[in-house]
Design a protein around this ligand. Structure first.
Ligand code: HEM
Length: 239
């Protein structure tokens, strides 16, 4: 079917008295990458790119060493995770094929993001062990530990719900659990922004990294607006 025929057939099944299509919701034939810049997603993109740029500029203007992989890998993890959320957020069960494809890519991107975060965790743990540093003393270290654990559990839960639904008592029950995965996903992401903001207050950053707090706070506000306004309350089980 050509694009124009497809558009025409969509127009004919859309009676005039029906409300206009919800432009924040992706339709079956829309290219998936539209979701990355659909409506409020633009705020979230601005936010995550400001955050990544602030971290990378700070790191590349300081002395590069094994430790510097920690912030770099963590910011890449958050960048990938943001794309994963944005890709899936505007999909709905009224466009099931679109939703299924988006869910597959969401899993892959979040898998890569979590791998990047876990690698960032390995770097800092190795780095601390190599000079007998004390673990989990600062606010950043404590919040960061919680973020790593939550990201790991989040990815595990998502993968099991999709690929091993029998563990939850069948596909219908596994799908009924998605709302918890969504809610904990947003909370985990929010906490990861707190971890990055707290990273700017560490001794290393104050002396060497010099990543400013204000672009991270600005990024946090833009991400909260972009991701927050894209949330559909019914998908969280709120009617
Ligand atoms: C999602 C993002 C991040 C997470 C989850 C995270 C997590 C962690 C964790 C768990 C530790 C403690 C390791 C230990 O005590 O054994 C740590 C240490 C550290 N991180 Fe991050 N981090 C993140 C981003 C960043 C960024 C962007 C920077 C930028 C400078 C950074 C700088 C540091 C520094 C300097 C330490 C050592 C100081 C300390 O232990 O408080 N981190 N991080």
């Amino acid at each position: 079917m050509t694009t124009s025929t497809r558009n025409r057939s969509r127009e004919t099944v859309q009676p005039e008295h029906e409300p206009l299509l919800d432009r924040t919701e992706s339709q079956e034939h829309d290219p998936l990458y539209y979701n990355l810049a659909r409506g409020p997603a633009l705020f979230a993109q601005a936010g995550i790119w400001i955050l990544a740029t602030a971290v990378w500029t700070g790191i590349f203007s300081s002395k590069l060493m094994l430790f510097t992989l920690h912030p770099l890998l963590n910011s890449i993890g958050l960048l990938l995770s943001t794309q994963a959320i944005l890709l899936l957020q505007p999909t709905s069960f009224s466009a099931p094929r679109q939703k299924k494809r988006a869910a597959g890519i969401h899993g892959v991107l979040n898998g890569l993001g979590t791998t990047s975060l876990v690698s960032g965790a390995s770097v800092i743990i190795y780095n601390k062990a190599s000079h007998n540093g004390t673990h989990f003393e600062s606010l950043h270290a404590r919040v960061g530990l919680a973020v790593y654990l939550l990201f790991f559990l989040q990815a595990l839960f998502g993968a099991l719900a999709v690929y091993a639904p029998s563990l939850f008592g069948g596909e219908a029950r596994a799908k009924a659990m998605y709302k918890y995965h969504r809610l904990s996903g947003y909370l985990t992401f929010l906490l990861s922004l707190v971890a990055v903001a707290a990273a700017t207050q560490t001794d290393w950053n104050k002396n060497m990294g010099k990543i400013n707090l204000w672009p991270i706070l600005l990024a946090g506000v833009l991400l909260a607006v972009g991701l927050g306004t894209g949330i559909k309350p019914n998908k969280l089980g709120i009617q």
